[in-house]
Write a protein of this length. Structure first.
Length: 254
């Protein structure tokens, strides 16, 4: 969560708010995104069988998994700290993440396709052409398939990091405890002062590296001295950005 000294009042959504529901358009984009990811992985598998190489595609898939976590952190940092709802292209995402910081539990109330449709669309547009061009390159497809799949499902991993342990499938809990998915305790640090750390939401493996080495602070200095833009993380937190409790938000109760 970012720190602001002035933000517009963010109204908590109701549990029956249509904005939390999945539409057929959402489901269609998730379906196309999943199909695109599966096509990448299938191309990697088929190419591995034909070329009799296995180690390289597996390693490239692992690199893709690591890349997805890093990419989620960089993107999360960017939309947390720069722009607003009127920003071209990224405005809706910036607005949504600002609302999420005030009422983080709403992500657990969003239906599946509602959470993933934006990333499903992005993955379709970006990865489909890659599949067409490099479909016969198993190493490349291993990286692309794993990276795009983890990026697409990052919002689901994020939602699980906000869910209570008792409501999660045992497999998800095991993956969180094993460090394969971002854990609830680790991501909770992002929603506590100073609200400028633990940005990665796939596995969270990069969070400690990025935070201890002050990577985002360095990037903020680069942006400031080149573009003159101050990140929100340089300002004191406003109450509109601090997490509200359910008691504070009766609108979340049916």
């Amino acid at each position: 969560m970012s720190k602001l000294n002035s933000t517009p009042l963010i109204t908590p959504p109701r549990l029956d708010d249509p904005s939390l529901k999945s539409t057929w358009s959402h489901r269609a984009w998730v379906a196309t995104g999943c199909t695109t990811v599966l096509a990448s992985l299938a191309a990697s598998l088929i190419g591995s069988i034909k070329s009799h190489i296995w180690l390289e595609p597996i390693l490239s898939g692992f690199v893709g998994y690591l890349f997805a976590d890093l990419a989620s952190g960089v993107y999360h940092w960017g939309i947390d700290n720069y722009g607003d709802a009127s920003t071209p292209l990224f405005g809706p995402q910036i607005d949504a993440f600002q609302g999420h910081h005030k009422y983080p539990w709403t992500i657990t109330k969003r239906q599946f396709a509602n959470k993933l449709h934006v990333l499903g669309r992005v993955i379709t547009y970006i990865v489909l052409p890659i599949n067409c061009i490099w479909h016969d390159q198993p190493v490349m497809m291993g990286f692309v398939g794993m990276a795009s799949g983890c990026i697409m499902f990052s919002q689901q991993f994020h939602a699980w990091a906000h869910e209570t342990k008792s409501k999660l499938p045992s497999l998800v809990v095991a993956l969180q405890d094993g460090g394969m998915l971002v854990s609830r305790s680790q991501h909770a640090g992002h929603h506590r002062p100073p609200y400028d750390n633990n940005y990665c939401i796939v596995s969270g493996v990069w969070n400690r590296v990025l935070d201890e080495n002050k990577v985002f602070e360095a990037l903020e200095m680069v942006v400031f001295f080149t573009l003159g833009r101050r990140p929100r993380s340089w300002s004191e937190a406003n109450s509109d950005w601090m997490e509200a409790t359910v008691v504070d938000s009766p609108a979340m109760v049916n």
